[in-house]
Design a protein. Structure first.
Length: 645
């Protein structure tokens, strides 16, 4: 499909704003602003990379209108005072240089925050209803404060226009302040701001009217909404569509349609979810209104899905979110038929997980996210002949990065394929598409970078030295551990059963270890009709996963009938199953087979390293190599150690 015929690259006009294509960048909290919420060079270069990459519209993340009560976690971008306009203007100028349009997403966090984020103040909400997944008990916002908040949005809209932005969006989704008013789950008021549907709309109507009055008739006004909440007593789709029509009548120019709140965890489609799982909401809104509608939800993982959204009239634009974290050049790669070169999102949600940990936004597959300002990938001052041993994610990233830096790189692996343990991960049905796509990406990059790939080549000193290297990099990965308990010889390695599809197993298995690997194996075997029980010694299963992915997998495990036994310490493996200790009591857990998923240890390369070093060759080991890392650990180590080599 050519640029001229691809629906994603047709311009669209919203109010008096012409956007060059139908791809928008969804707002995502980064924590790249300063501690005071001011735009930083780090933030500017992050957005510039996406503008340069071909996106048509950028929506700036949760832009705070009230620093005292409306500030979310960490340091969001803020627009609550005139003094922030200069740096906001610098951001606009930088993005405009690359042909993209940019709007603010005006935001008030409402109840979904903690006192610690608000200087000890109690969060405010439509009513005193606490979030079940995060946030201190809020107090009911007073009418005087409601009216002042309306003015805060008005003033923020004025600053948006004065700073040179192309439009303004109101963040009315995902459980924040707007959502707390429209939702019957969180609005229990008995005054004019609650009760009936019209009263629950009143806050949004007041803000929209104030903003429209402030910005005038020609400045585009977007509204981000959750069309349905998918929570008990929450906003239904029927009322969401009524809400959409009200917003249109009040002067909103475009509806950015999302789903859910943080209690429903439905606005992040995850591994195993359909790529268009949220599109039906945008389609329903599109049928209910006459203004443009934006669809969201993993639509950049397969551009054909995004194209169909437009051609079938289900929405007028699509937002890419996590996909643009993984690859800022994604729109251009789609446009110029280079999608095989795109580093696609694997929907692991390590991005949101990094935010939840109090870190900057990070990506498991893109080590340069947030470090665009460093312009790290440069030509090496002295090119070397480098041999990389091990074609797992760490070795692949190192080899590609070193080759792009001008080095001559040979990549060895004893297997007949690339990917290492990532290829094993891809055998889990629910994430097969995402992980296989990542491996394919590295295959493409290896070819384009000119890496000499030597598969089926065991690592031996003679073989390595035969390539006359200046440097040898060890990325040989890890091997699974057996449980250090009596009867361990009865246990099989869990990932081996993932590889062979559970061949030879009985009707039931006990899986020792509740890591992500344990969950993967349990889900895979359950889908083959084998009853799986996960035995985990700590109180948390999937502890190393991002929160959203862990909750998602636990829901999948429950639906598949997987039994999970936390706080059970295995003390012996016996002929009838497993003996564990729980709360000081002996527990016998019968099963036909026992599988070990307790972890990994690094491959011992010390002898090989010594042989190479004694030949006068520089050596390096990727990462701390204490065991099997996550994709993020491996890829970060591969990239940054190649850069610093």
């Amino acid at each position: 499909m050519t640029t001229e015929t691809n629906p994603l690259f047709q311009p669209i006009r919203i109010r008096n704003l012409t956007i060059k294509n139908r791809i928008g960048m969804a707002p995502m909290h980064t924590k790249y602003a300063s501690e005071s919420g001011e735009v930083t060079d780090k933030l500017i270069e992050y957005f510039v990379a996406r503008a340069r990459g071909g996106v048509g519209l950028i929506v700036v993340e949760n832009t705070c209108v009230d620093w005292d009560y409306g500030k979310g976690d960490g340091n969001p971008v803020t627009i609550h005072d005139d003094r922030f306009r200069p740096r906001l203007h610098e951001l606009v100028k930088a993005v405009h240089q690359h042909g993209a349009k940019i709007i603010t997403e005006l935001h008030h966090v409402g109840r979904q925050t903690f006192r610690s984020n608000l200087g000890g103040r109690t969060p405010v909400s439509a009513s005193a209803v606490q979030s079940e997944v995060g946030g201190d008990m809020p107090r009911e916002i007073t009418e005087e404060e409601i009216l002042e908040t309306v003015q805060n949005f008005r003033r923020a809209a004025r600053r948006t226009k004065e700073a040179g932005f192309d439009g303004v969006e109101l963040h009315g989704a995902h459980g924040y302040l707007f959502n707390s008013f429209i939702s019957p789950r969180t609005n229990k008021r008995t005054d004019k701001w609650g009760g009936s549907f019209a009263n629950r709309c009143r806050f949004a109507v007041a803000v929209v009217r104030a903003v429209r009055e402030e910005i005038g008739p020609d400045f585009p006004l977007f509204f981000r909404m959750s069309a349905a909440e998918s929570t008990p007593n929450g906003l239904t789709l029927e009322d969401g569509l009524r809400y959409a029509r009200v917003l249109q009548e009040e002067g909103v120019d475009c509806l950015d349609v999302s789903h859910g709140t943080y209690e429903s965890i439905k606005h992040f489609p995850m591994q195993g979810d359909p790529l268009d799982s949220l599109v039906h909401l945008a389609e329903a809104v599109k049928q209910a209104v006459s203004i443009p509608v934006i669809a969201v939800g993993s639509l950049g993982i397969d551009p054909k899905v995004a194209e169909r959204v437009i051609t079938e009239g289900k929405a007028d634009m699509v937002h890419f979110g996590r996909e643009l974290l993984a690859d800022p050049e994604l729109p251009n790669k789609i446009r110029f038929n280079r999608f095989e070169e795109a580093r696609t999102c694997i929907r692991c949600n390590e991005c949101t997980g990094s935010i939840d940990k109090g870190h900057f936004l990070a990506c498991a597959v893109n080590p340069e996210l947030g470090y665009e300002y460093k312009k790290a990938l440069q030509q090496s001052p002295r090119a070397k002949r480098v041999v990389v041993v091990g074609a797992g994610p760490a070795g692949l990233e190192y080899a590609v990065t070193a080759a792009k830096s001008g080095n001559t790189v040979t990549l060895l692996d004893k297997q007949e394929h690339i990917g290492g343990l990532a290829r094993v991960c891809s055998m889990s049905e629910y994430k097969n598409r995402e992980i296989c796509r990542l491996i394919d990406y590295y295959g493409t990059q290896i070819r384009k970078a000119g890496v000499d790939l030597q598969l089926g080549t065991p690592a031996a000193a003679e073989t390595i030295l035969g390539f006359s290297p200046d440097k040898v990099v060890f990325a040989m990965g890890s091997v699974p551990l057996s449980p250090p308990v009596a009867g361990s010889e009865r246990a099989q390695i869990a990932i081996d059963k993932l590889i062979d599809g559970g061949q030879g197993l009985g009707e039931s298995v006990c899986i020792i270890g509740g890591s992500g690997v344990g969950l993967d194996v349990a889900l895979s075997l359950s889908h083959k009709g084998i009853r799986a029980t996960i035995i985990e010694m700590t109180d948390t299963v999937g502890r190393e996963l991002s929160g959203h992915l862990r909750w998602h997998l636990l829901d999948m495990a429950a639906a598949a009938g997987v039994t999970i036994l936390p706080s059970h310490k295995v003390i012996e493996i016996v002929d009838f199953g497993v003996v564990a200790e729980h709360s000081g009591q002996r527990v016998e857990i019968p099963c036909d087979d026992v599988l070990s998923a307790i972890g990994f240890e690094r491959v011992d390369t010390s002898t090989l390293e010594q042989e190479i070093t004694s030949a006068g060759i520089e050596t390096e080991v990727l990462g701390d190599m204490t065991g099997a890392g996550h994709f993020m650990d491996a890829i970060q180590a591969g990239f940054w150690q190649a850069i610093e080599a």
